[in-house]
Design a protein around this ligand. Sequence first.
Ligand code: PEP
Ligand code: MN
Length: 351
Amino acid sequence: MIVVMKAGSPEAEISRLTEEFVSWGLTPEKIVGQHKVVIGLVGETVSLDPLQIQEVSSWIEQVLRVEQPFKRASRTYRHGEASEVAVPTPDKTVYFGEHHPIVVVAGPCSVENEDMIIETAERVKAAGAQFLRGGAFKPRTSPYAFQGHGESALGLLAAARHATGLGIITEVMDAADLDAIADVADVIQIGARNMQNFSLLKKVGAQDKPVLLKRGMAATIEDWLMAAEYILAAGNSNVILCERGIRTFDRQFARNTLDLSAIPVLRSLTHLPIMIDPSHGTGRAEYVPAMAMAAIAAGTDSLMIEVHPNPKKALSDGPQSLTPDRFDQLMQELAVIGTPLGRWTKQPAIV
Ligand code: PEP
Ligand code: MN
C-alpha cells in the first residue's frame, strides 16, 4: 500500500504519520519523489481500508494498494516514478536509471592476469565505458572448467580500478566472499544461476553496495522481481536488473534468447533501472552489436558487454567476447542511436 502525501506536506506531519503506521504494526518507508513524498507501507495491509487511512491526515492525497506481489519493486510503490541507482566510482558518481545517459559496463568474463585486466580496463575506458566487469569467482557448468582466480583476482580488479578510475562490477557466488568482494566492487553482481539463492539475496540486501541482479535463465519476470524484492526488503534499495538471455528451445545458433521485450515490460512494472547483456544473451560476438543497438532503441538504461584483448585465448566466454577494437567501434555505433534519444554522453578518454 502507498500513501501519497500532498505537495508541500510538512515534515512533522510525515513523521507523525510514520509513527502512527509503526504503531499499527506496519513498516513504513518514506520515498521522496520529484514532486511528492510517498509513504510505502509493507506488512499486513489486506484488512486495511484505504479510505480509513485517508482520514488519518488531511495532508494525505491518495491511498493506493500495490496489487503485485513484488511490493517495493513495483512501479506503483514509487507512485509511477523511476528510481535511480547512484554509484560513486573513483572518477565520478555514475547514475543508472531512466532519466540518465546509458551506462556501459565492459570487460572480460574472467580476470585472467594483471596485464590483460589493466589493458582491457584502459581500452574500454578510452572507448567510453564507465565500469569494468570481470569475474573473480566464476559459476561454471563444469567443475573442471576454469573457476576464476578468486581473491587474487579481486586484487587485480582493485589495481585496474586505481589505474583507470573505472567502477568495478564483479560477481559474488558465496556469502563467505561478500566482504572481500564489497571491498573492491562498486556494484556486486548476482549471477543468473544464483538469482533465486535467497540466503545470498538477503545477505547482499543487508549490505550497502548496489546490486546487479541478473535474470535466471529460466526465470519469469515475476520470479525475477520477487528476487529483487528480497534485496529491497532486506534494506538495500540500490538494485539494477540485468536481462542476460533465457533458455528457449533453440540453442543451436545462439546460446540464449535475449528477451528484449523485458525492457518495456519491466519499465511498466518496476521503477528499478534496467541493464541488457547481449554477450551472454547471444553467446556469439558477431551478434552482440545488433542486440546492443536494439537494446538502446528499446530503452535500456545500461549495457554489459564482454571484451577480451584476445578472445580466442580467453579462459571463459571467448566466443562471445569482443576485441577492444570491435568494442571501440561498437561504442561509436551505439552513439548514433543513443544520441538522438538523448541518452548518450561521449565520455572523455582520460587514460
Ligand atoms: C557473467 O557475467 O560472466 C556471468 C557468469 O553471467 P550470467 O550469470 O548471466 O551467466
Ligand atoms: Mn561470461
